[in-house]
Design a protein. Structure first.
Length: 342
Protein backbone atom coordinates (compact mmCIF):
# COMPACT_ATOMS: atom_id res chain seq x y z
CA UNK A 1 0.00 0.00 0.00
CA UNK A 2 1.23 3.50 -0.84
CA UNK A 3 0.53 6.23 1.68
CA UNK A 4 1.28 9.96 1.83
CA UNK A 5 2.44 11.93 4.86
CA UNK A 6 2.26 15.72 5.13
CA UNK A 7 2.88 18.46 7.69
CA UNK A 8 0.61 21.51 7.69
CA UNK A 9 0.29 24.80 9.57
CA UNK A 10 3.08 26.32 11.62
CA UNK A 11 6.35 24.44 12.03
CA UNK A 12 6.77 22.68 15.34
CA UNK A 13 9.55 20.88 17.23
CA UNK A 14 9.04 17.12 16.88
CA UNK A 15 7.60 17.02 13.35
CA UNK A 16 10.63 15.18 12.00
CA UNK A 17 10.35 12.62 14.80
CA UNK A 18 6.81 11.82 13.62
CA UNK A 19 7.82 11.59 9.96
CA UNK A 20 10.72 9.27 10.82
CA UNK A 21 8.47 7.04 12.92
CA UNK A 22 5.76 6.79 10.24
CA UNK A 23 8.38 5.71 7.70
CA UNK A 24 10.14 3.22 9.98
CA UNK A 25 6.93 1.61 11.26
CA UNK A 26 5.34 1.85 7.83
CA UNK A 27 8.13 -0.21 6.29
CA UNK A 28 7.50 -2.90 8.91
CA UNK A 29 3.89 -3.00 7.72
CA UNK A 30 4.97 -3.15 4.08
CA UNK A 31 3.84 0.41 3.36
CA UNK A 32 5.46 2.65 0.76
CA UNK A 33 5.60 6.20 2.13
CA UNK A 34 5.42 9.32 -0.03
CA UNK A 35 6.30 12.66 1.52
CA UNK A 36 4.06 15.54 0.44
CA UNK A 37 5.79 18.91 0.38
CA UNK A 38 4.30 22.13 1.79
CA UNK A 39 1.25 20.66 3.48
CA UNK A 40 -2.04 20.46 1.57
CA UNK A 41 -0.50 22.69 -1.12
CA UNK A 42 1.62 19.72 -2.13
CA UNK A 43 -1.49 17.84 -3.23
CA UNK A 44 -2.66 20.66 -5.48
CA UNK A 45 -1.41 21.11 -9.08
CA UNK A 46 1.33 20.20 -9.61
CA UNK A 47 1.64 17.75 -6.71
CA UNK A 48 4.90 18.13 -4.77
CA UNK A 49 6.20 14.88 -3.38
CA UNK A 50 9.22 12.63 -2.71
CA UNK A 51 9.68 9.00 -1.75
CA UNK A 52 10.48 8.66 1.95
CA UNK A 53 12.68 5.75 3.00
CA UNK A 54 14.57 4.63 6.08
CA UNK A 55 17.74 6.12 4.60
CA UNK A 56 16.09 9.43 3.66
CA UNK A 57 14.77 9.94 7.18
CA UNK A 58 17.87 8.82 9.05
CA UNK A 59 19.40 11.48 11.28
CA UNK A 60 16.37 13.81 11.40
CA UNK A 61 15.06 12.92 14.88
CA UNK A 62 16.79 15.83 16.62
CA UNK A 63 16.11 18.43 13.93
CA UNK A 64 13.57 21.21 14.36
CA UNK A 65 11.16 22.27 11.64
CA UNK A 66 10.02 19.73 9.04
CA UNK A 67 11.96 18.17 6.19
CA UNK A 68 8.74 18.24 4.15
CA UNK A 69 8.13 21.96 4.51
CA UNK A 70 4.74 23.33 5.45
CA UNK A 71 2.09 25.89 4.51
CA UNK A 72 -1.29 27.15 5.68
CA UNK A 73 -2.99 26.17 2.43
CA UNK A 74 -6.68 25.33 2.71
CA UNK A 75 -7.82 23.39 -0.39
CA UNK A 76 -11.45 24.09 0.49
CA UNK A 77 -10.77 27.82 0.02
CA UNK A 78 -9.46 27.27 -3.52
CA UNK A 79 -11.90 26.85 -6.45
CA UNK A 80 -11.93 23.12 -7.10
CA UNK A 81 -9.14 22.65 -4.58
CA UNK A 82 -10.60 19.69 -2.70
CA UNK A 83 -11.47 17.95 -5.97
CA UNK A 84 -7.89 18.53 -7.14
CA UNK A 85 -6.53 16.88 -3.98
CA UNK A 86 -8.76 13.83 -4.48
CA UNK A 87 -7.79 13.59 -8.15
CA UNK A 88 -4.06 13.79 -7.45
CA UNK A 89 -4.23 11.20 -4.70
CA UNK A 90 -5.87 8.80 -7.13
CA UNK A 91 -3.43 9.55 -9.95
CA UNK A 92 -0.50 8.99 -7.58
CA UNK A 93 -2.07 5.71 -6.43
CA UNK A 94 -2.08 6.88 -2.80
CA UNK A 95 -4.37 4.77 -0.65
CA UNK A 96 -4.22 6.87 2.53
CA UNK A 97 -2.94 10.15 3.97
CA UNK A 98 -1.25 10.71 7.32
CA UNK A 99 -1.92 14.38 8.13
CA UNK A 100 0.26 15.91 10.86
CA UNK A 101 -1.10 19.23 12.04
CA UNK A 102 -3.29 21.29 14.29
CA UNK A 103 -6.91 22.36 14.21
CA UNK A 104 -6.80 23.69 10.63
CA UNK A 105 -4.80 20.88 9.02
CA UNK A 106 -6.85 18.21 10.75
CA UNK A 107 -10.05 20.11 9.95
CA UNK A 108 -9.22 19.68 6.25
CA UNK A 109 -8.41 16.02 6.92
CA UNK A 110 -11.82 15.57 8.55
CA UNK A 111 -13.62 17.05 5.55
CA UNK A 112 -11.64 14.91 3.10
CA UNK A 113 -12.45 11.82 5.13
CA UNK A 114 -16.13 12.72 4.85
CA UNK A 115 -15.61 12.75 1.08
CA UNK A 116 -14.26 9.22 1.12
CA UNK A 117 -10.50 9.75 1.48
CA UNK A 118 -8.67 7.41 3.86
CA UNK A 119 -7.07 9.73 6.42
CA UNK A 120 -5.44 9.41 9.83
CA UNK A 121 -4.24 12.35 11.90
CA UNK A 122 -1.41 13.23 14.26
CA UNK A 123 -1.94 16.20 16.64
CA UNK A 124 0.64 18.96 16.29
CA UNK A 125 0.55 22.38 17.91
CA UNK A 126 2.76 24.18 20.39
CA UNK A 127 -0.43 25.79 21.76
CA UNK A 128 -1.64 22.42 23.17
CA UNK A 129 -5.21 23.41 22.26
CA UNK A 130 -6.41 20.30 20.42
CA UNK A 131 -9.21 18.39 22.13
CA UNK A 132 -9.03 14.67 22.71
CA UNK A 133 -5.34 14.49 23.63
CA UNK A 134 -3.75 15.37 26.96
CA UNK A 135 -0.73 16.91 25.24
CA UNK A 136 0.44 17.74 21.75
CA UNK A 137 4.07 17.40 20.73
CA UNK A 138 5.89 20.72 20.42
CA UNK A 139 4.21 22.12 23.52
CA UNK A 140 6.90 20.91 25.91
CA UNK A 141 9.66 22.50 23.81
CA UNK A 142 7.78 25.81 23.59
CA UNK A 143 7.27 25.87 27.37
CA UNK A 144 10.94 25.09 28.01
CA UNK A 145 12.07 27.90 25.69
CA UNK A 146 9.62 30.39 27.21
CA UNK A 147 10.62 29.40 30.74
CA UNK A 148 14.29 29.90 29.99
CA UNK A 149 13.50 33.34 28.55
CA UNK A 150 11.51 34.29 31.65
CA UNK A 151 14.41 33.15 33.85
CA UNK A 152 16.73 35.46 31.92
CA UNK A 153 14.28 38.37 32.08
CA UNK A 154 14.20 38.08 35.88
CA UNK A 155 17.85 39.10 36.19
CA UNK A 156 17.62 42.17 33.97
CA UNK A 157 14.29 43.23 35.48
CA UNK A 158 15.78 43.08 38.97
CA UNK A 159 19.00 44.82 37.93
CA UNK A 160 17.12 47.77 36.41
CA UNK A 161 14.12 47.87 38.80
CA UNK A 162 11.73 47.33 35.88
CA UNK A 163 8.48 45.63 35.09
CA UNK A 164 8.99 43.37 32.07
CA UNK A 165 6.07 42.08 30.01
CA UNK A 166 6.89 38.85 28.15
CA UNK A 167 4.56 38.04 25.24
CA UNK A 168 4.33 34.36 24.33
CA UNK A 169 2.33 32.45 21.74
CA UNK A 170 -1.27 31.41 22.34
CA UNK A 171 -4.02 32.57 20.00
CA UNK A 172 -7.09 31.22 21.78
CA UNK A 173 -5.58 29.16 24.59
CA UNK A 174 -3.13 30.24 27.27
CA UNK A 175 -1.41 26.93 27.97
CA UNK A 176 2.10 28.17 27.13
CA UNK A 177 1.63 31.37 29.14
CA UNK A 178 0.27 29.48 32.14
CA UNK A 179 2.85 26.68 32.21
CA UNK A 180 5.86 28.88 31.42
CA UNK A 181 4.62 31.61 33.74
CA UNK A 182 4.26 29.17 36.61
CA UNK A 183 7.61 27.51 35.91
CA UNK A 184 9.37 30.85 35.52
CA UNK A 185 7.89 32.45 38.63
CA UNK A 186 5.91 35.15 36.83
CA UNK A 187 4.08 37.64 39.03
CA UNK A 188 1.09 37.99 36.69
CA UNK A 189 -0.11 35.67 33.91
CA UNK A 190 -2.63 36.86 31.33
CA UNK A 191 -4.42 34.48 28.95
CA UNK A 192 -7.04 34.65 26.16
CA UNK A 193 -9.58 32.77 28.28
CA UNK A 194 -9.92 35.74 30.64
CA UNK A 195 -10.24 39.41 29.62
CA UNK A 196 -7.42 41.49 31.06
CA UNK A 197 -8.47 43.67 34.00
CA UNK A 198 -5.81 46.38 33.88
CA UNK A 199 -6.76 47.72 37.31
CA UNK A 200 -6.19 44.31 38.91
CA UNK A 201 -2.91 43.75 37.04
CA UNK A 202 -1.55 47.11 38.21
CA UNK A 203 -2.80 46.50 41.76
CA UNK A 204 -0.86 43.21 41.86
CA UNK A 205 2.30 44.96 40.70
CA UNK A 206 1.92 47.93 43.06
CA UNK A 207 1.27 45.70 46.05
CA UNK A 208 4.34 43.65 45.24
CA UNK A 209 6.57 46.73 44.84
CA UNK A 210 5.28 48.80 47.75
CA UNK A 211 4.27 46.25 50.36
CA UNK A 212 6.93 43.62 49.79
CA UNK A 213 9.91 45.83 49.10
CA UNK A 214 10.74 44.43 45.64
CA UNK A 215 11.26 46.74 42.69
CA UNK A 216 10.69 44.48 39.70
CA UNK A 217 7.92 42.27 38.30
CA UNK A 218 7.45 39.83 35.45
CA UNK A 219 4.17 39.75 33.52
CA UNK A 220 3.58 36.91 31.03
CA UNK A 221 0.86 37.50 28.44
CA UNK A 222 -0.42 35.25 25.65
CA UNK A 223 -0.55 36.93 22.24
CA UNK A 224 -4.32 36.41 22.02
CA UNK A 225 -5.16 38.00 25.37
CA UNK A 226 -7.60 40.91 25.20
CA UNK A 227 -7.88 44.05 27.27
CA UNK A 228 -11.13 44.46 29.16
CA UNK A 229 -13.14 42.36 26.76
CA UNK A 230 -11.87 44.36 23.79
CA UNK A 231 -9.83 43.16 20.88
CA UNK A 232 -6.22 42.02 20.91
CA UNK A 233 -3.72 44.20 19.04
CA UNK A 234 -3.69 42.74 15.55
CA UNK A 235 -2.52 42.98 11.97
CA UNK A 236 -5.69 42.83 9.88
CA UNK A 237 -4.27 40.33 7.35
CA UNK A 238 -5.92 36.90 7.35
CA UNK A 239 -4.56 33.49 6.39
CA UNK A 240 -6.51 30.95 4.33
CA UNK A 241 -8.21 29.59 7.44
CA UNK A 242 -9.50 33.07 8.34
CA UNK A 243 -7.11 33.66 11.25
CA UNK A 244 -5.88 37.17 11.95
CA UNK A 245 -2.20 37.75 12.55
CA UNK A 246 -1.77 38.50 16.22
CA UNK A 247 0.92 40.49 17.93
CA UNK A 248 1.40 43.71 19.85
CA UNK A 249 -0.47 43.05 23.09
CA UNK A 250 2.82 42.88 25.03
CA UNK A 251 4.01 46.33 23.94
CA UNK A 252 0.56 47.86 24.34
CA UNK A 253 0.19 46.41 27.83
CA UNK A 254 3.65 47.58 28.91
CA UNK A 255 2.80 51.15 27.92
CA UNK A 256 -0.45 51.03 29.91
CA UNK A 257 1.23 49.56 32.99
CA UNK A 258 3.98 52.21 32.98
CA UNK A 259 1.44 55.01 32.56
CA UNK A 260 -0.77 53.75 35.38
CA UNK A 261 1.85 52.68 37.91
CA UNK A 262 4.74 54.98 37.12
CA UNK A 263 7.10 51.99 37.09
CA UNK A 264 9.50 51.72 34.17
CA UNK A 265 8.15 48.91 31.97
CA UNK A 266 9.56 47.08 28.95
CA UNK A 267 8.14 44.41 26.62
CA UNK A 268 9.78 41.33 25.12
CA UNK A 269 8.11 39.28 22.37
CA UNK A 270 9.38 35.71 22.03
CA UNK A 271 7.48 35.03 18.81
CA UNK A 272 8.71 32.25 16.54
CA UNK A 273 11.66 31.46 18.81
CA UNK A 274 9.22 29.30 20.79
CA UNK A 275 8.55 26.89 17.94
CA UNK A 276 11.97 26.76 16.32
CA UNK A 277 15.02 24.65 16.97
CA UNK A 278 15.72 21.32 18.59
CA UNK A 279 12.80 19.50 20.26
CA UNK A 280 13.05 18.38 23.87
CA UNK A 281 13.47 14.70 24.71
CA UNK A 282 9.80 14.57 25.70
CA UNK A 283 8.64 15.89 22.33
CA UNK A 284 10.96 13.53 20.45
CA UNK A 285 9.51 10.57 22.31
CA UNK A 286 5.89 11.74 22.05
CA UNK A 287 6.27 12.48 18.33
CA UNK A 288 7.82 9.06 17.81
CA UNK A 289 4.97 7.33 19.65
CA UNK A 290 2.38 9.27 17.65
CA UNK A 291 4.11 8.37 14.36
CA UNK A 292 4.28 4.66 15.17
CA UNK A 293 0.63 4.67 16.19
CA UNK A 294 -0.37 6.51 13.00
CA UNK A 295 1.30 3.83 10.87
CA UNK A 296 -0.45 1.16 12.94
CA UNK A 297 -3.80 2.92 12.35
CA UNK A 298 -3.15 2.79 8.60
CA UNK A 299 -2.31 -0.90 8.77
CA UNK A 300 -5.53 -1.56 10.72
CA UNK A 301 -7.63 0.64 8.44
CA UNK A 302 -8.67 3.01 11.25
CA UNK A 303 -9.68 5.84 8.95
CA UNK A 304 -10.94 9.19 10.17
CA UNK A 305 -9.10 8.88 13.46
CA UNK A 306 -6.23 10.63 15.23
CA UNK A 307 -3.48 9.44 17.54
CA UNK A 308 -3.95 10.88 21.02
CA UNK A 309 -2.23 10.78 24.41
CA UNK A 310 -4.47 9.75 27.29
CA UNK A 311 -2.60 9.35 30.55
CA UNK A 312 0.49 7.49 29.36
CA UNK A 313 -1.23 5.55 26.58
CA UNK A 314 -1.48 6.39 22.89
CA UNK A 315 -5.00 5.70 21.62
CA UNK A 316 -7.12 6.37 18.53
CA UNK A 317 -9.94 8.91 18.68
CA UNK A 318 -12.24 10.27 15.92
CA UNK A 319 -10.82 13.26 14.04
CA UNK A 320 -14.20 14.93 14.44
CA UNK A 321 -13.77 14.82 18.23
CA UNK A 322 -10.32 16.39 18.05
CA UNK A 323 -11.45 19.28 15.84
CA UNK A 324 -14.91 19.91 17.33
CA UNK A 325 -13.70 22.52 19.83
CA UNK A 326 -10.51 24.00 21.20
CA UNK A 327 -9.06 22.83 24.50
CA UNK A 328 -8.62 25.91 26.65
CA UNK A 329 -7.13 26.51 30.10
CA UNK A 330 -9.64 25.49 32.76
CA UNK A 331 -10.33 27.51 35.89
CA UNK A 332 -9.05 24.84 38.27
CA UNK A 333 -5.62 24.73 36.63
CA UNK A 334 -5.32 28.51 36.31
CA UNK A 335 -6.31 29.00 39.96
CA UNK A 336 -3.01 27.34 40.94
CA UNK A 337 -1.11 30.00 39.01
CA UNK A 338 -3.17 32.77 40.61
CA UNK A 339 -1.87 31.81 44.06
CA UNK A 340 1.44 33.43 43.11
CA UNK A 341 0.18 36.65 41.52
CA UNK A 342 1.45 39.90 42.96
Amino acid sequence: MKIAVLTGGGDCPGLNAVIRAVVRRGEQHGLEVMGVREGWRGLMDPPLHDRLTREATSGILHLGGTILGTSRTNPFKKPGGAEMVVKNLKSLNVAAVVAIGGEDTLGVATKLHQQGINVVGVPKTIDNDLSGTDLTFGFDTAVQIATEAIDRLHTTAESHNRVIVCEVMGRHAGWIATWAGMAGGADVILIPERPIDLETVCAHIQRRHRSRGVKFSIVVVAEGAKLGGGEAKIDEKLDEFGHIRLGGIGQHLSELIEKKTGFETRATVLGHIQRGGTPTAFDRVLGTRFGVHAADMVARGEWGKMAALRGNAIISIPLAEATAKLKTVDDAFFSVAEVFFG
